[in-house]
Design a protein around this ligand. Structure first.
Ligand code: FES
Ligand code: FES
Length: 197
């Protein structure tokens, strides 16, 4: 059943701001928000629906922390107005898996220790899910390139890459194996034997 949310949670309604009803389908649930037409999708999620898994990093389209899926495609929610998505299916990190049944990417991020502070992680996982949906990344280099919009300030990139590559490989989407998995020894990193005397 659709719920009407009229003000940012925990705050009084914004005085004098012209608002309009906006209907959104988020993680399979219908919501109607009474919001100003310039409300970003990110603010609608965080401030009106308490879906704070989606993070606000730069708020300028530079970091990818706010990545969500709109009809399966990656979108920086800080750069997109909520009112533009009335006919869309929006998926956030809260909708990818459950505590009892994590999505393959969520599980892989845990298995590969692919985060430190975790602030970028929801965006990384949503972006990786979008990458899988696109089906364009076939090599490690392409994964690096196509995930480059998601910044990790902790520098957990190598483990993030391992997690994403594992899922892509399990889905049969990778055509090139460069020894990406955690603990694998890359050919160019093999230990050099000391010269014999
Ligand atoms: S918060 Fe949207 S790209 Fe940084
Ligand atoms: S894990 Fe801290 S920003 Fe990525």
């Amino acid at each position: 059943m659709s719920q009407v949310t009229q003000a940012p949670l925990g705050r009084p309604p914004v005085a004098l701001a012209p608002t309009q009803p906006v209907s959104l389908n988020i993680n399979g649930e219908a919501h109607t928000l009474q919001i100003a037409p310039w409300t970003t999708l990110l603010d609608a999620l965080r401030e009106y629906l308490d879906l704070t898994g989606t993070k606000k990093g730069c708020d300028h389209g530079q970091c990818g922390a706010c990545t969500v899926l709109v009809d399966g495609k990656r979108v920086n929610s800080c750069l997109s107005l909520a009112v533009m998505h009335e006919d869309s299916h929006i998926q956030t990190i809260e909708g990818l898996g459950t505590e009892d049944k994590l999505s393959p990417l969520q599980q892989a991020f845990i298995d590969h220790d692919a985060f430190q502070c975790g602030y970028c992680t929801p965006g990384q996982i949503c972006s990786a899910q979008g990458l899988i949906n696109e089906g364009k990344a076939k090599t490690e280099a392409q994964v690096r390139e196509l995930m480059s919009g998601n910044v990790c300030r902790c520098g957990a990139y190598s483990n993030i890459l391992s997690a994403v590559m594992e899922v892509l490989n399990n889905e049969g989407l990778i055509i090139e194996d460069k020894g990406w998995s955690a603990g694998a020894t890359k050919p160019d990193m093999a230990p050099v034997e000391p010269p014999k005397k």
